[in-house]
Write a protein that binds this ligand. Structure first.
Ligand code: ADP
Length: 480
């Protein structure tokens, strides 16, 4: 039994229009639930509820908020298998990966239950004998959180955990592909005792989404927008938020370089490449997008990567042994197909894969390895978001860095080398927000997640994660 109503002001409700939309399991193509398709008038009710709730939520003590977040965390942990099952049903990822996401997603609730009590202000020595300088941190206000489908739990808890800890209330718009996970999170928050109106979940179809995005961005009653998703949508929201000079946090697309130098341990590099590229079928914003391999080790890396890729087992994520799920929808499958065909047409070499895996399912794509890639190919410049590994050869360190940085994105970057001075040089020179050195999986609740260039604004997780949801207020005590 899954909740299939929207959650507004502590009530489980339908759209006023009565409209609904279907949620589809991407592995089977079957409809697994039907949820309300809210429009702007429904979402306005949620914004009002978040405002009403803010009046009392902002007055709770940090300890009270911490305790409620801890209750929520405990319930989430108790229900980890149930949550993982839903994630696999809606997002298609293999069950083991879903369990990994549940642990990762839950850890943000735990982390921010702890951080809530550390929203310290500052007392600064004054230059004036009769004045004292204090700075305190206060919650921003009700915020709008817009999240993607690739991490249906973690992208919500990373934002909502921080927002609630800071004393903000929120209106959450989950991706249309994965609304059930969001509703279950709200159900458990309700069970944990989080008061009505503090968390609101507005489910909407893709058709209604732009008007709801606009409303959240332009509403004077919403004080911040935090978005994870595509760069295109992020730019639109950023623009819309200018009308109210709203605080904006953006976690957008990447184009992660994965550089392997001659001095690297190639077996470790291949293991890291597999983890970084094929987790969630390549559909993560930190997935390695371009393998940039130094001349002396190029052939060895490609040969070994092919061996590992050929071991991948595609299928329904609930089937034992499956470690590569489907792409989320037809749009994504079409995009991967277009990128691979473009490379083929422009003369690239397909070492393995290269087409849809229709015998497995309509949204499946074969793990694909491409070499002889040139700058004019879409796979060189675009974020692929699929199980396609693109290998580019380079000669000198300088050349490798130039290729790695030749993009307007800058989220994650990875490189493998055992030369200590090269490690330090390259880590500093990569134009990204996060670097994996001899490591392909870097996300951690304790670390700051975020990008540079067009990959985003702000940081999530870590002790900096609550900054997006607080204002600093300077208080000057005079005539002392
Ligand atoms: P994808 O193409 O991978 O679905 P998007 O950036 O389109 O990536 O989606 C991420 C989130 O942004 C989803 O919740 C989606 O519904 C939402 N979204 C898409 N378009 C808009 C928009 N115009 N305004 C607000 N949210 C949007």
């Amino acid at each position: 039994m899954w909740p299939t109503k929207a959650y507004v002001n502590g009530e489980w409700c339908d759209a006023k229009s009565g409209k609904t939309f279907d949620v589809v399991n991407p592995a089977t193509g079957k409809t697994i639930a039907t949820v309300p398709d809210l429009d702007a008038s429904d979402v306005q009710v949620a914004i009002n509820a978040a405002n009403d709730a803010f009046n009392t939520w902002k007055k709770t003590t940090a300890k009270e908020r911490s305790d409620l977040l801890r209750n929520w965390y405990n319930i989430l942990v108790k229900n980890k298998d149930y949550l993982a099952d839903i994630v696999t049903s809606e997002a298609g990822k293999p069950l083991a990966e879903s369990l990994g996401e549940v642990a990762y997603g839950n850890s943000f609730v735990e982390w921010f239950s702890e951080e809530a009590r550390r929203t310290y202000g500052e007392h600064v020595p004054s230059p004036n004998k009769t004045k004292e300088i204090l700075m305190i941190r206060q919650p921003l206000g009700p915020v709008g959180l817009i999240t993607p489908w690739n991490f249906p739990i973690a992208m919500i808890t990373r934002k909502a955990g921080a927002a609630l800890a800071a004393g903000c209330t929120c209106v959450i718009k989950p991706a249309e592909n994965t609304p059930i996970t969001a509703l279950v999170l709200a159900k458990f928050a309700e069970d944990a005792g989080i008061p009505k109106g503090v968390i609101n979940i507005v489910t909407t179809s893709r058709e209604n989404t732009p008007e709801i995005g606009k409303l959240l961005c332009e509403s004077p009653d919403i004080y911040g927008i935090s978005f994870t998703g595509s760069t295109e949508v992020g730019k639109l929201l950023y623009k819309q938020c200018s009308s109210t000079v709203k605080r904006v946090g953006l976690e957008l697309g990447g184009n992660a370089p994965f550089v392997v130098f001659n001095e690297a341990d190639i077996d470790k590099a291949v293991a890291g490449a597999m983890a970084s590229k094929f987790r969630n079928c390549g559909q993560t914003c930190v997935s390695a997008n371009r393998f940039i391999i130094q001349k002396n080790v190029f052939t060895e890396f490609v040969d070994k990567l092919k061996v590992e890729m050929d071991k991948l087992v595609m299928g329904d994520g609930k089937t034992c042994g499956v470690n590569l799920g489907p792409l989320i929808n037809f749009a994504q499958a079409d995009k991967v197909d277009r990128i691979v065909n473009d490379a083929k047409n422009k003369g690239a070499t397909i070492i393995t894969g290269g087409k849809r895996a229709l015998s497995v399912g309509e949204r499946f794509y074969e793990p694909t390895l491409i070499t002889n890639v040139t700058k004019d190919m879409a796979c060189y410049v675009e974020e692929i978001f699929g199980p396609v590994a693109v290998c580019i050869e380079f000669d000198t360190e300088q050349e490798g860095l130039e290729i790695a940085n030749s993009t307007n994105r800058g989220l994650a970057g990875y490189f493998y080398s055992n030369d200590l001075s090269q490690v330090w040089r390259v880590a500093k020179a990569l134009e990204v927000g996060m670097v994996g050195v001899n490591e392909g999986i870097i996300s951690a609740t304790e670390a700051a997640f975020g990008g540079v260039k067009e990959s985003g604004l702000g940081r999530e997780g870590s002790r900096h994660g609550m900054d997006e949801y607080t204002e600093i207020k300077y208080i000057c005590f005079g005539n002392l």
